[in-house]
Write a protein that binds this ligand. Structure first.
Ligand SMILES: Nc1ncnc2c1ncn2[C@@H]1O[C@H](COP(=O)(O)OP(=O)(O)O)[C@@H](O)[C@H]1O
Ligand SMILES: [Mg+2]
Length: 421
């Protein structure tokens, strides 16, 4: 058999797309209970029951399968609805990091329904009515996913967005709509209090916890990606390779070590395969894995799409942090003051007005909530009395090849600037 694949340079990877973060696998080992609980809770909506709301909250750290579980249900629903196996249901996926205002959220729902809602010319209320009318007229129920809700909580219209995604069917009197909403948090308990009491009580919903994956769970997940999803040639990998990766990333319940992040495990596998391929091999060696791990594989939070969603000034601040860290190689943390100077230099270079101290501070807090940086309060020392400037916090980035991060950020900033004209 001849296919285009035969002429590609890949000797190990069969389908690059299946190793990317956006790919939703057809099976999700170790998440059977999560899937079952979700489907049970939202069943009435999926069965076409009218004027009903069901809300579920997912809570858990990065890479624990929250998005994959919620979206895989969405994919199945669309497939079943197309085959007329279930009553018509629309699916909308909203990433809180990308869609920050009520209007933006509504526009995304609209676009997921196949409606074209212009950026300007309509009020939020008009768009909402338009969407509800559309759903009513077609007798659709709606399965809504609000992902990265920790970010939504902190938005100016956070309360209103939460109110909307949990009450859409009753905002304009009785609607036929059945609404099933999954709201995904990385840290529900830490962030929920920011919302108004009334909104919190409307959020009174079952919480499904997503725990970090253990090493043996990651082994199944990696094998499943290779064999079931056919992302790679199975002969290119052996148990030893898979255990190496799983042990590096796996969460150890007793020692409380390891991130348990499946995304990271898949990424190490991917880069190891790339390395082997670049050396002309048809199989992965332990040394490939070792070198990828030692090079400090990109932590999941450094995915380019997350970086590209940052505002221009956030990008420049992160670039300033990156550069400062690179200059002070032996240090894990750098001073906020030094970062600020570097940031101002960069603004100067890019010919834009730097933000004031408080605004920079706020941006740094946001980078922190996105897990892009860590900050630490500096301890006061008795020595060095001459140094009177007390810098409250220190900033650090871990586990990321700084030169790579710097390149990515520079590229994204240039793009933003050219778009501004
Ligand atoms: N149980 C699982 N089985 C197979 N792949 C998984 C599983 N859990 C997570 N993944 C994969 O790991 C990556 C991260 O999962 P994701 O759902 O994005 O995590 P989260 O949303 O919790 O940060 C994705 O590529 C996803 O397909
Ligand atoms: Mg996610």
């Amino acid at each position: 058999m001849t296919s285009l694949e035969d002429f590609s340079s890949h000797k190990i990877i069969l389908d690059e797309r299946k190793l990317s973060n956006e790919y939703i696998p057809t099976v999700l080992p170790h998440r059977e209970e999560h899937l079952k609980k979700t489907i049970e809770t939202l069943k009435p909506i999926f069965q076409g029951e009218e004027n009903i709301v069901r809300i579920l909250i997912y809570n858990g750290p990065i890479g624990t399968g929250k998005t994959a579980v919620a979206r895989s249900i969405g994919n199945k629903l669309i497939e079943y609805a197309r085959k007329n196996k279930i009553p018509p249901i629309a699916v909308s996926y909203i990433n809180g990091q990308e869609f920050k205002s009520k209007f933006q959220v509504l526009r995304k729902i609209g676009s997921d329904l196949g409606l074209n809602i212009p950026r300007r010319g309509f009020s939020t209320q008009e768009v909402m009515e338009y969407i509800l009318n559309f759903l009513n007229r077609n007798n659709y129920n709606l399965y809504l996913i609000l992902d990265e809700a920790d970010v939504t909580v902190k938005q100016r219209e956070g309360n209103e967005i939460f109110y909307m995604v949990t009450r859409l069917n009753e905002i304009y009197g009785e609607q036929r709509l059945g609404l099933g909403t999954v709201i995904i948090f990385r840290n529900y308990y830490q962030n929920i209090d920011i919302l108004d009491k009334a909104v919190i009580s409307s959020l009174n919903a079952p919480i499904i916890e997503f725990d970090p994956y253990t090493s043996s769970e990651l082994e199944t997940i990696l094998w499943s990606r290779i064999e079931k999803e056919k992302a790679m040639r199975a002969e290119a990998v052996n148990d030893e390779i898979i255990s190496m990766i799983a042990d590096t990333v796996g969460y150890d319940v007793k020692k409380k070590t390891g991130s348990g992040d499946a995304r990271m495990a898949i990424k190490i596998l991917y880069f190891s395969a790339k390395k082997a391929e670049s050396e002309g091999r048809t199989y992965i060696l332990p040394d490939d894995v070792r070198s990828v791990i030692n090079r400090g594989v990109l932590p999941t939070v450094y995915d380019k799409d997350i970086l590209s969603r940052l505002s221009l000034h956030e990008k420049i601040i992160l670039l300033a942090i990156t550069r400062t860290l690179r200059l002070e190689k032996e240090k894990a943390y750098v001073n906020m003051g030094v970062v600020k100077l570097e940031y101002e230099d960069l603004c100067n270079k890019y010919r834009i007005e730097p933000l004031g101290h408080t605004s920079v501070w706020e941006r740094i807090q946001r980078l922190k909530t996105l897990d892009l940086i860590e900050t630490k309060v500096a301890k006061g020392t008795s020595r060095g009395r001459t140094t009177r400037i007390q810098i409250p916090e220190k900033i650090g980035i871990n586990r990321v090849p700084l030169d790579l991060l710097e390149n990515i950020l520079e590229e994204l900033i240039e793009k933003d600037l050219s778009r501004r004209g």
